[in-house]
Write a new protein. Structure first.
Length: 255
């Protein structure tokens, strides 16, 4: 029989070794192979603590990491603070999901990025800026999505394009000019789409033709004459359309 054909072995713990057998087993609140705290099975442990949440705090310092992590889901919040430095990152992730928001600052510098991502997603907005220099771009991306608009300036020069794109989408319109020289055409296209007609003139000479094309749609027609000879046919066509002429390109344009 191949490995793929072998039946799954269901972990079944020895009830005689369980300290709760005289309570939960007799009361029908646990079942060997299905709802069990002593089996090394995440599903069985979770079922047990879902039915018997009062026992969760007892297992917060259990030797088995998965038992600790699952216990965190059901234990009282006040008992979780001592696990912010747990050796296992999965346990700390569970803590980050459940710890009161006021205590999340203890995990700001956690070594695990998913812990910090959870912190960035939950921490109070006034404390969020502490993660703006996080080494992981995913964490900074969460920060960029949640920071109040007026506090996005420190992320304008972020070295990751995905972060800067979010900033470009959320930055107040009056501040968009700060990103007109961004090195990424994708970022500048977002800026061109959001800029006021007066400010979008700054992008009519952009090296990326899509940025110029977008700016053409935004600015007042009297600013468009210099682009009648633009090297890009689509830009020239858009300029003629805005100026009231034919929108289609001619064969000479294409050539």
């Amino acid at each position: 029989m191949s490995n793929q054909e072998r039946p799954v072995t269901l972990p079944i713990a020895d009830c005689s070794l369980c300290a709760f057998r005289s309570k939960t087993l007799l009361m029908g609140r646990c079942m060997p192979g299905d709802t069990c705290i002593t089996a090394e099975s995440g599903r069985q442990i979770d079922r047990f603590l879902r039915v018997n949440p009062a026992y969760a705090e007892h297992f917060l310092h259990d030797a088995f990491w998965e038992r600790r992590a699952i216990a965190v889901r059901y234990a009282p919040q006040k008992a979780l603070a001592e696990l912010v430095h747990d050796d296992d990152e999965v346990v700390r992730r569970a803590v980050a999901y459940r710890l009161p928001v006021s205590q999340l600052s203890q995990l700001l510098n956690d070594s695990d990025r998913e812990v910090r991502m959870t912190v960035a997603d939950r921490i109070a907005p006034e404390a969020l800026e502490q993660l703006a220099n996080d080494p992981d771009y995913i964490v900074r991306l969460t920060v960029a999505r949640r920071l109040p608009q007026g506090r996005l300036f420190r992320l304008i020069r972020d070295y990751d394009i995905q972060v800067r794109k979010v900033v470009a989408e959320r930055l107040p319109e009056v501040s968009l000019g700060l990103m007109v020289n961004d090195e990424s055409p994708e970022v500048r296209r977002i800026i061109a789409e959001r800029m006021s007609p007066d400010d979008a003139v700054l992008l009519l000479g952009d090296p990326d033709w899509v940025v110029r094309y977008t700016a053409v749609q935004r600015v007042a027609p009297e600013n468009l004459s210099p682009l009648l000879d633009d090297p890009e046919p689509d830009v020239r066509a858009a300029v003629r359309q805005r100026l009231g002429g034919p929108a289609q390109t001619t064969i000479l344009d294409v050539l």
